[in-house]
Design a protein around this ligand. Structure first.
Ligand SMILES: Nc1ncnc2c1ncn2[C@@H]1O[C@H](COP(=O)(O)OP(=O)(O)OP(=O)(O)O)[C@@H](O)[C@H]1O
Length: 303
């Protein structure tokens, strides 16, 4: 599959401090990719370099079909983390204005503005002043602005983080619709949001990509089945016996909770329950679950 942009050896330092430390990745055409990372991981800095607002300290960013030195801005759309609007303009006026700034004719801008107001679901408020819009509506207007010139890649910096649950839902649903038309790179520190709409993840931590791949690959790689057990009293003898019954990947003990990570959850469940009931062990808790990507994310971030 072809890449809309290929990034190689990308670095950025501020006052001799390395903030982005040699990123290597490409973004596959037609995908929605989450740039996931905690606060300060370097997401905004990365997006600003990709959008041409910030000059990299080193490395290259190559857009598909664009020669070195050629203007690539027509190919990209960008919604900053804290977009600023002319609050006195109406949504329609704002979109027509940004359309013309992006190089569309007056007629094209009008038509595209109408189309986008419909698409992002604010056409009934198109003549209202932006100052009267809710957070979710402003964010959707910001997204419309970012795609007015039909870019090949649209970058959204934390588009849902500051929204209430309603606004968040509106924007995530809009992204779902946009996926059919363009490649999306969106930054977030909330894994759930990434999981909901994205195909692929770039996991940024302290300026480095510590994990990447499709959602499915990462789930397959990290999701493990586990059985949590709590017994009354000392648990060493139970751990020893239970771990001899089936193939165990790992065991962790936290206070009085024993977690067995296993390959085959059905075998383990039956074997454990049989053993515990046959021997009448003082079981207080038996719980089956899966580790989530969230657990993995937390582990990496805590390092
Ligand atoms: N202009 C600047 N001058 C100095 N340091 C900067 C500058 N811009 C960003 N940084 C630093 O670079 C690091 C990464 O910042 P960045 O804003 O890219 O992170 P982020 O992942 O987008 O986080 P957040 O979600 O909090 O915005 C931070 O430590 C930040 O303090």
């Amino acid at each position: 599959m072809s890449a809309v942009v290929t990034v190689s050896g990308l670095r950025k330092s501020f006052q001799n401090e390395d903030v982005i430390k040699g990123l290597e990745f490409d973004l596959t055409k037609g995908k929605c990719i989450a740039l996931l990372g905690a606060n300060g991981a370097g997401k905004t800095t990365t997006l600003q370099m990709l959008s041409g607002l910030l000059r990299p300290s080193a490395g290259s960013i190559a857009f598909d079909g664009v020669q070195k030195g050629e203007d690539f801005r027509k190919l990209i759309g960008y919604l900053p983390q804290h977009p600023v609007f002319y609050e006195w303009m109406s949504g329609r006026e704002f979109l027509e204005y940004t359309g013309m700034l992006a190089g569309l004719s007056k007629k094209e801008s009008k038509e595209r503005a109408e189309e986008l107001l419909e698409m992002v679901g604010i056409s009934n408020a198109k003549n209202r002043r932006i100052g009267k819009y809710s957070g979710g509506m402003k964010q959707r207007l910001g997204i419309a602005q970012a795609i007015i010139h039909r870019p090949k890649l649209v970058m959204l910096d934390e588009p849902v983080s500051a929204l209430d649950p309603f606004g968040r839902r509106e924007v995530l649903e809009l992204m779902e619709r946009m996926k059919k038309e363009t490649t999306i790179l969106f930054s977030t520190h909330i894994l759930n949001d990434a999981e909901e709409v994205c195909d692929d993840i770039l996991f940024l931590h302290k300026g480095e990509i510590v994990e990447s791949g499709s959602m499915k690959e990462l789930r397959d790689k990290y999701q493990q089945s586990k059985i949590d057990l709590v017994f009354r009293g000392e648990s060493d003898q139970y751990i020893e016996k239970l771990s001899s019954l089936v193939e165990i990947q790992s065991i962790s003990v936290h206070e009085n909770k024993i977690s067995f990570f296993v390959h085959n959850i059905d075998d383990a469940k039956h074997a454990f329950l049989r053993e515990i009931t046959d021997r009448n062990w003082p079981l207080l808790k038996f719980e089956i679950s899966k580790t989530s990507l969230e657990d993995v994310f937390m582990k990496v971030v805590e390092k």
